[in-house]
Design a protein around this ligand. Structure first.
Ligand code: ADP
Ligand code: MG
Length: 243
């Protein structure tokens, strides 16, 4: 496989609800180690796009490939748990009755010793090894978010899908956690699709921004280009209203 094979490629994805196209011919490619932000106002179809990639929502048409291999079209479908995709959502809570170690190790298979090793490695990476035998309620919001990141990364997903994962955090914590998350994901060479309605977040985190409106990607490119050369007046007002 050459290095330019996209880790994730979606082609012409469509999904309608009650006769209305919510995701309307969306195509995207993400290379390993790259972060693409799907940026757009509430209701434009971002989460539905993510859910189709995760395999929890079925598309009406279009295809999804991972590392050049078809994982989903309208007849063939790899089930969600076999897609090697990590998920992080704003309200994707930790299991309150499980220790930090058991939360992080939840999706792991293998021997007890190998699981423990991976859990420790990840907790060291998110700088929470001291909480390994603690419980979620003993952690701050930001710390819980880092445990959630460690849990999502534990099975070494090829792709990480993140749906507004930082919006539950207060401003003081958010930038630090964004940066930290980004550096861990880059180290793991994971392809990331981050959904957000906040231009600031996309500008801070993305290698590439895909600007979405009414179910379509209206502009795509490097953050600086998308920000400084908006394609139309609706994009101008989306960026300026948000600031
Ligand atoms: P975003 O994440 O950009 O805010 P969503 O993908 O959640 O947008 O939703 C896009 C549109 O699709 C919204 O108008 C939403 O109400 C609608 N929608 C999403 N899921 C369903 C569903 N299961 N049934 C009907 N409408 C839905
Ligand atoms: Mg959403």
């Amino acid at each position: 496989m050459d290095s330019q094979t996209p880790r994730l490629e979606i082609r012409n994805l469509r999904r309608s609800f009650e006769g209305r196209a919510v995701v309307d011919d969306v195509s995207l490619k993400i290379l390993p180690g790259q972060v693409t932000c799907l940026l757009g106002p509430s209701g434009c179809g971002k989460s539905t796009t993510l859910r189709m990639i995760a395999g929890v929502e079925m598309q009406d048409s279009g295809t999804i490939h991972v590392d050049g291999k078809l994982i989903c079209d309208t007849v063939f479908r790899v089930p969600p748990e076999r897609r090697e995709i990590g998920l992080m959502f704003q309200d994707f809570a930790l299991f309150p009755h499980l220790s930090v170690a058991d939360n992080v190790g939840y999706g792991l298979t293998g021997t007890k010793a190998s699981k423990r090793e991976r859990v420790e490695e990840l907790l060291r990476r998110v700088d929470l090894i001291r909480f390994i035998d603690g419980y979620p309620h003993q952690l701050s919001g930001g710390e819980q978010q880092r445990v959630a990141l460690a849990r999502a990364l534990a099975p070494r997903p090829r792709i990480m899908l993140m749906d507004e994962p930082f919006s539950g955090l207060d401003n003081r914590l958010r930038d630090g956690i964004r940066d930290e998350t980004l550096s861990i994901l880059k180290e793991e060479d994971t392809a990331v699709l981050l959904v957000t309605h906040e231009p600031d977040e996309a500008m801070r985190m993305a290698d590439e921004i895909a600007l979405m409106r009414d179910g379509k990607i209206v502009q795509q490119g490097a953050p600086y280009n998308v920000y400084t050369r908006p394609i139309d007046r609706a994009s101008v007002s989306f960026f300026s209203d948000a600031n």
